[in-house]
Ligand binder design. Sequence first.
Ligand SMILES: NC(=O)CC[C@H](N)C(=O)O
Length: 189
Amino acid sequence: MKIGVLALQGAFAEHEAMLGRLGVEHFQIRQKEDLCVPMEGLIIPGGESTAIGKLMDSLDMMSELRERIGAGLPVFGTCAGMILLAKDVENDSRRFLQLMDICVKRNAYGRQLGSFFTEDEFAGKRIPMTFIRAPYIERAGDGVEVLSAVGGHIVAARERNMLVTSFHPELGEDTTVHSYFIENMVRKA
Ligand SMILES: NC(=O)CC[C@H](N)C(=O)O
């Protein structure tokens, strides 16, 4: 099994380290040609959604990524990755892959002071959660399963082959979310 990690901008190295810890083979996707490498899953990291989206466009990767994920490739988007996958963004005119039936709010906790750490439930298990200028899900369609809600806001969800978190599980030691993705979504795809 091999996971592709979109490595255009943001926290991709931390996702790679986490996959390494789980003993999962992975590689970086830096250009369109890298999408030819066979992969069983894809991670879109956190960072700056506008920057990652622009690079996806200028590197001509947007439509192929949209097609592959739309066809069922398991994908895990953290933070900016959540924004990139969302069909709708409440407080921004930019839209990116528009695949997941969620409406997200960018920088939902405030721009500068919006970073914090907490512990809460993900799929019924209590885990550490690091939020960095994070979005949250304002509205989710009927086909979307809520996996975490913190303070009344949805911060982790799944729709079919797509998993998103507002927080950054790649920044801590806890492997719960990555294991969930690998075991429940990639291996069962
Ligand atoms: N940590 C993150 O990925 C932050 C996301 C960023 N605020 C954005 O809107 O793209």
